[in-house]
Ligand binder design. Structure first.
Ligand SMILES: Cc1cc2nc3c(=O)[nH]c(=O)nc-3n(C[C@H](O)[C@H](O)[C@H](O)COP(=O)(O)O)c2cc1C
Length: 172
């Protein structure tokens, strides 16, 4: 059985809901998938992982910073975290051979909204020369959510398609 590790940052729980749906999609295809909040995620990745998935909310067109996290918290965000995806990426060695997929949550899908997922992909490219081809983006209805209709279903399908490609089957 394949194993996937999903590491996410989430200030108001929406990115976590997407991560749980992606995990369900992976499990539908027979992959063991576990979701970790970035604060609890290992910075030494365990051996035997077949797929790493990284997700974060888009803040100011990119990855959250300490200042935007504080802003989210002031606006009712549930998580007050001293560190997030940006800091985790800086501390964590990701083996070159490990497939990585990235996703984000956004409030709109125009170029103006930016993309935390693209920022993660850029960090992986810049620091480690890695190309991350699989990028997902899921819509929330406002800064604290809820998720837009159908996004959990889309996330589950995205997870299932990832499972298919990781297992070497063609995506359905
Ligand atoms: C400080 C701040 C800046 C944000 N900037 C953007 C942005 O540039 N583009 C966007 O689409 N959404 C933006 N958002 C909305 C977030 O995408 C939304 O809060 C997030 O997807 C919710 O996910 P979470 O519940 O996992 O934190 C911003 C939210 C906050 C709090």
């Amino acid at each position: 059985m394949n194993t996937a590790l999903i590491v996410i940052e989430s200030c108001s729980g929406n990115t976590r809901l997407i991560a749980e749906a992606v995990a369900a999609g992976l499990k539908d295809g027979g992959t063991d998938a576990r979701v970790f909040d970035v604060a609890q995620a290992p910075t030494a990745l365990p051996a035997g992982i077949d797929l790493l998935i990284l997700g974060a909310p888009t803040h100011n067109r990119g990855l959250p910073t300490a200042a935007t996290r504080a802003q989210a918290h002031r606006q009712g965000g549930t998580t007050a975290s001293s560190g997030g995806m940006r800091e985790w990426l800086a501390r964590t060695a990701i083996p070159a051979a490990l497939p990585v997929a990235v996703f984000d949550t956004v409030t709109s899908r125009t170029w103006l909204s930016g993309s935390a997922a693209e920022a993660i992909a850029k960090a992986l490219r810049r620091g480690r020369g890695r190309d991350t081809a699989v990028v997902g983006s899921f819509l929330v209805q406002g800064q604290s959510g809820p998720l837009a209709d159908g996004e959990e279903t889309s996330a589950r399908a995205w997870g299932r398609a990832l499972e298919d490609s990781t297992s070497g089957r063609s995506a359905r």
